[in-house]
Ligand binder design. Structure first.
Ligand SMILES: [Zn+2]
Length: 242
């Protein structure tokens, strides 16, 4: 039992040291992730805008060609009208001309719509491309800063991770789960020593009887107030020389 408590406290020490290193990095890792996501989002939006632009251009050019075709047809029908033999034929051609002209008017309107779309896509593209440049630059800077901080603490961190792995190998699964659960709920601190008759985590008073029992080092005791695992000074001192 003493060993179980000892390894849990040792794990707590290493985890607190890792947390310290993590705190030194501040919000850099989060910031790098956030900026990276923004860059990806902007790239996707710009790609979508480019395909909109391309499609609108294709549609506009198609409408343009169609308008020219229709004008040629109208010209042809008008010529034919000069040589028709009957009113019926003449009227049929008039209807063709009217239909072609009507379609042409619609296509002109469509062309305007496509051009408006192109203009909007172009403007949005310009704005977003500028934004992308700025954010990419910022991302590169923050990445560089993070690389430097990481490099600075690399050895320290890998030493702690190595220690952590060694300690974890000696802790049984249930104890570890319990530890992780409390750690997560209690701001990274799961195991604390009793200091001056109080819980080292929340500073609530620990009853004298309980302190005596904790000193036996043969049971798990948790703080009645915060739920953290309480250990004796003895556990603290043997954990340090692990
Ligand atoms: Zn407590």
């Amino acid at each position: 039992m003493e060993n179980r408590l000892k390894y849990l406290f040792a794990l707590q020490i290493v985890d607190s040291q890792l947390q310290e290193v993590h705190d030194l990095k501040g919000d850099l890792p989060g910031l790098v992730d956030e900026l990276g996501l923004k860059v990806d989002e902007l790239k996707t939006t710009i790609k979508d805008l480019n395909s909109t632009l391309k499609q609108s251009k294709v549609n506009r050019d198609k409408a343009d060609v169609e308008i020219i075709d229709l004008a040629e047809k109208v010209e042809k029908y008008k010529n034919q009208q000069l040589n028709v033999k009957s009113n019926k034929q003449y009227d049929a051609l008039t209807r063709e001309i009217e239909a072609a002209e009507k379609k042409s008017v619609q296509l002109e309107k469509d062309m305007e719509t496509y051009e408006t779309q192109m203009e909007a896509a172009k403007n949005a593209n310009e704005t977003l491309t500028k934004q992308l440049e700025q954010i990419s630059e910022e991302l590169d800077e923050k990445k560089k800063e993070l690389r430097e901080v990481n490099k600075e603490h690399e050895k320290e961190e890998s030493k702690y991770h190595h220690e952590r792995d060694k300690i974890i190998a000696r802790i049984d699964k249930q104890d570890l789960e319990r530890y992780e659960r409390i750690k997560k709920a209690k701001g990274g601190i799961a195991v604390v020593a009793v200091k001056r008759n109080a819980c080292g985590g929340c500073f609530s008073r620990v009853p004298p009887q309980k302190i005596l029992e904790i000193r036996q080092n043969n049971l798990f005791f948790t703080c009645e107030h915060c739920g953290r695992i309480l250990v004796s000074d003895h556990i603290v001192s043997v954990s340090k020389i692990l």
